[in-house]
Ligand binder design. Sequence first.
Ligand SMILES: Nc1nc2c(ncn2[C@@H]2O[C@H](COP(=O)(O)OP(=O)(O)OP(=O)(O)O)[C@@H](O)[C@H]2O)c(=O)[nH]1
Ligand SMILES: [Zn+2]
Length: 228
Amino acid sequence: MKIDNSLENIENNDPIGDNHIGTSQDTPLRKDAFDLSNQEKIERIKKDVTNIMNTLGLDLTDDSLKGTPNRVAKMFVNEIFGGLHPDKKPKASTFDNKYQYGEMLVEKNITVYSTCEHHLLPIVGRAHVAYISNGSVVGLSKMNRIVDYYAKRPQVQERLTIQIVKELQDVLGTEDVACVIDAKHLCVNSRGIRDIESSTVTSEFGGKFKEKETRREFLDYIKLDTQF
Ligand SMILES: Nc1nc2c(ncn2[C@@H]2O[C@H](COP(=O)(O)OP(=O)(O)OP(=O)(O)O)[C@@H](O)[C@H]2O)c(=O)[nH]1
Ligand SMILES: [Zn+2]
């Protein structure tokens, strides 16, 4: 397989052009994104990180530094960007709403660890997810798993919020799904403007959650006083 990752090609890429798969709400991935095996990716990234460290003048024979390229490569592929691969999508099987529970179900304070795609720095926060059953229910932990799967990608918070809602709408077969995320971006908190206090709130309201009362009920349950 051949991957053209020359700077010119990367800079000329149209985010929803021929080279990409999916819609503008999907993570921008090239068609050849999964041609390399995870192990091949780790080997390549290891060399790339070695290059960066060498360029910075770091001594890679130092005991503490010598394992860093391999550590970073494994962390990128298997951990912080492990949610890029569709095979990693959690299996969220649904079952009948036999309890006939007709009210809103809220899974709140779901931990979010993601990575800002502009700076590759952490995004840390909480997601709050809700749905109203249309006949199907899903195991509680599956909502946490779906949040974690989409968080384990280079992200912007707006897209992460929408991806979580779309996935749950698909799984549950209803539009009545909502998500609010309150998160700190280390690219804002620790560098650049260095505003340690600010956090970002995003929301996506589907179906009945577009109605004022339903939305209010959800927002009352989650009371946005999240401390990270
Ligand atoms: N909308 C949105 N913006 C984000 C997100 N994460 C980071 N950003 C912003 O992306 C922008 C990138 O702007 P640039 O001007 O290219 O980058 P920069 O020179 O490092 O900007 P500063 O952070 O202001 O120093 C910054 O304003 C970030 O705060 C996100 O999830 N959503
Ligand atoms: Zn950033």
